[in-house]
Design a protein around this ligand. Structure first.
Ligand code: ZN
Length: 430
């Protein structure tokens, strides 16, 4: 197909001097899911006539979002407001997570979850699965049906949390390996070894996670880090190590890894993360909702730690990375001199190309030649405030700012992965 659209993307990192790329009347020739040619529409059409033209000029075309931290079992507990992290887990998240022991319930949650991501324009995601292997299997299956590019795994813990969520090191290894053998590298799916957080994982369990990560070639490791001050102190006592070292001493950061939050890192921890190439998933609405703190982006950038955005549903307040981008901007504003001012191009980069880099997806994140056609089309309702804003935007950067400020999943019309329309299934209650 030949897509005709107003396209915004960030092939060049704005944190390294890049600027927003904007083409008002672009032609993108998509062949076998890949952008085979791009340029002014008339030129691309003349060079490659005969393709079906998909005219999207009534809105904005963006790369699909890359969500680097989101929890499968928490789609139905979004907006449990008014609690700090450990209380929120106990009262809000974990009772729901325990319900995913029932495969029928887990199947309906997986449908809700994948639908939520796709409808928000997210085309790639690093997903915290469930504590139950059948539920993770159902997630992979649902993502495959929708077309979502998903990296996910079995969440494991063996202490602190309610005991119906516990596993053992051997079971964690065996169930994780079975899931990885079934899904890792199959179409768009990849496996992520997923210790919940070091506070809830004994040393033998973290060793088992590291062994699994070594066994599955190309597997990711993902977990949480330095989210909340009380939690950080508890990790220090329980693990006799810094939060980063509680993972690193097991070798869990030796390969590709993404750790969520890192609101309260020490300087030494940032050095280690940079040395390992471990990326941080910044989840600003979650940090706000749980009162976790204001993310020190400038310190991460100075240290050379890769940062991308995560929705952290369900502590985060929704799937849209537009909202996360706007909240990330607010947080840096609130930090005053310690904040890093964010332009609209920074926000788009954090939601797309930075996420793709964090997830090791070199042909995802922008819409240049040779990239996968993972894209989302925004077309707000006529007369809506976003519609008014886009029609009166002074520049492409201004239009993008309006999209981050005013856009919601209801403004997303179509989502593609590999050039195919991604399907958001209708939710069916269990
Ligand atoms: Zn999380």
């Amino acid at each position: 197909m030949l897509v005709r659209a107003r396209v915004l993307d960030t092939p060049d990192d704005p944190f390294a001097g890049g600027t927003l790329r904007s083409d008002d009347d672009a032609g993108l020739l998509v062949v076998d899911g890949v952008v085979a040619a791009r340029g002014p529409f008339a030129e691309v059409l003349a060079a490659a006539p005969g393709h079906e033209v998909v005219d999207l000029r009534d809105g904005l075309l963006l790369p699909g979002f890359v969500d680097t931290h989101v929890h499968l079992p928490q789609v139905r507990v979004i907006a449990g407001l008014g609690m700090p992290l450990l209380e929120w887990l106990e009262r809000c998240a974990l009772p729901e997570e325990a319900r995913l022991a029932d495969p029928a319930y887990a199947a309906s949650v997986a449908t809700d979850f994948v639908s939520g991501l796709v409808q928000a324009g997210t085309t790639s995601a690093l997903v915290f699965g469930a504590h139950f292997a059948p539920a993770v299997d159902l997630l992979f299956a649902e993502a495959a049906v929708a077309g979502l590019r998903v990296t996910a795994g079995l969440v494991v813990s063996d202490r602190l949390l309610r005991d119906d969520l516990w596993t053992t090191p051997q079971r964690a290894y065996d169930e994780g390996l079975a899931l990885a053998q079934r899904w890792h590298g199959v179409d768009r799916a990849r496996y992520a070894v997923t210790p919940r957080f070091s506070l809830s994982c004994g040393e033998p369990l973290l060793d088992a996670c590291a062994a699994l990560a070594r066994e599955v070639d190309g597997a990711f490791v993902t977990s949480h880090i330095n989210e909340n001050v009380a939690e950080v102190l508890a990790v220090g006592e329980a693990c006799s190590a810094s939060y980063v070292d509680s993972y690193d001493r097991h070798g869990l950061l030796d390969g590709p890894a993404v750790l969520a939050h890192d609101v309260h890192p020490t300087g030494a921890e940032l050095v280690t993360l940079a040395e390992r190439g471990t990326a941080v998933a910044h989840c600003p609405t979650s940090n706000g909702a749980l009162g976790s703190g204001l993310f020190p982006l400038a310190r991460h950038l100075t240290a050379g730690v890769p940062v991308a955005l995560g929705s952290d549903v369900g502590a985060g307040t929704g799937f849209s990375l537009l909202k996360e981008g706007l909240q990330a901007y607010f947080v840096q504003q609130l930090l005053g001199d310690a904040g890093h001012p964010l332009t609209p191009a920074h926000l788009l980069h954090l939601a797309t190309t930075a996420g793709a880099a964090a997830l090791g997806l070199p042909d995802v994140g922008h819409l240049g030649v040779g990239m996968r056609f993972d894209a989302q089309h925004y077309r707000p309702a006529p007369g809506s405030t976003l519609d008014v804003g886009l029609r009166h935007a002074a520049s492409p950067d201004d239009a993008l700012a309006k999209l981050f400020a005013l856009g919601t999943p209801s403004d997303v019309r179509t989502v593609w992965v590999d050039g195919e329309v991604a399907h958001a299934a209708l939710a069916v209650d269990a």
